[in-house]
Write a protein that binds this ligand. Sequence first.
Ligand SMILES: Nc1ncnc2c1ncn2[C@@H]1O[C@H](COP(=O)(O)OP(=O)(O)O)[C@@H](O)[C@H]1O
Ligand SMILES: [Mg+2]
Length: 256
Amino acid sequence: MTRIIAIANHKGGVGKTTTAINLSSALAHFSRKVLIVDIDPQANTTRGLGFDPSLTSKSIFEVLDGSVDINSVLKKTAIKDLTLLPSKIFVSPINEFVNNSEEDPYYRLKKAFSSLKKTYDYIIIDCPPSLGFLTVNALVSANTILVPVQCEYFAMDAINSMLGTISRIQSQYNPDLGIEGFLMTMYDAKTSLGTQISSQVRSLFKENTFLTQIPRNVSIPESNLRGLPVTVYRPTSSGSLAYYSLAKEVMDKENQ
Ligand SMILES: Nc1ncnc2c1ncn2[C@@H]1O[C@H](COP(=O)(O)OP(=O)(O)O)[C@@H](O)[C@H]1O
Ligand SMILES: [Mg+2]
């Protein structure tokens, strides 16, 4: 059965895109068939996998407005077993989707997934930072949400705000939406702030926090510039090893 995981947090710059790319690539490394969906108009996942979003004609947005079939938009990546549903830099207001729609517009991604011809073990969705039409579509289609949390002062605010969002989505659209986990990102063991925040989150949300934490690692921004996952660019870097470890934690739930 396909597991659909949405990577979301209202805050920007917390490691959503980095996690989407590297969790997907690590799962593919372990021979899982993975579809990564870039639903962010900033198109950083698309770029981070080596594609130029300004050259993308058909994207997730044409899938959502119903003008193309999802199967015709998929791109093979340089990584075996990893397929991309690309984004592109989006200029028209997203509200057009909602205003022109007669049916409930929040189920469009879920419907598109149901017409995929190939079967995937995982679908990983990289969400934009705001809770609008796009993120709601992602959370309505997902089995679980994975929340990257940056190890910084306002980490608890971010978590509380995401818990509010999760319960709203559960009550309005997707009662089965589960929490895949909170993932501490950009962790720096050398600062007391990093360790304090991480242990505070862990003590409050033990069951829902991944044991793996992603260290701050310079190979990660470097890999973005190369258009490669860090797991491919620097397979033995601390960032890469952490994402392999995260993938193992995610795969551990396969038989539950
Ligand atoms: N573990 C990390 N170590 C160092 N830099 C990181 C790490 N994770 C992300 N970054 C960098 O931080 C920036 C924001 O990360 P990104 O994944 O794009 O966040 P988001 O998608 O939540 O906006 C990017 O420049 C990325 O390269
Ligand atoms: Mg992003």
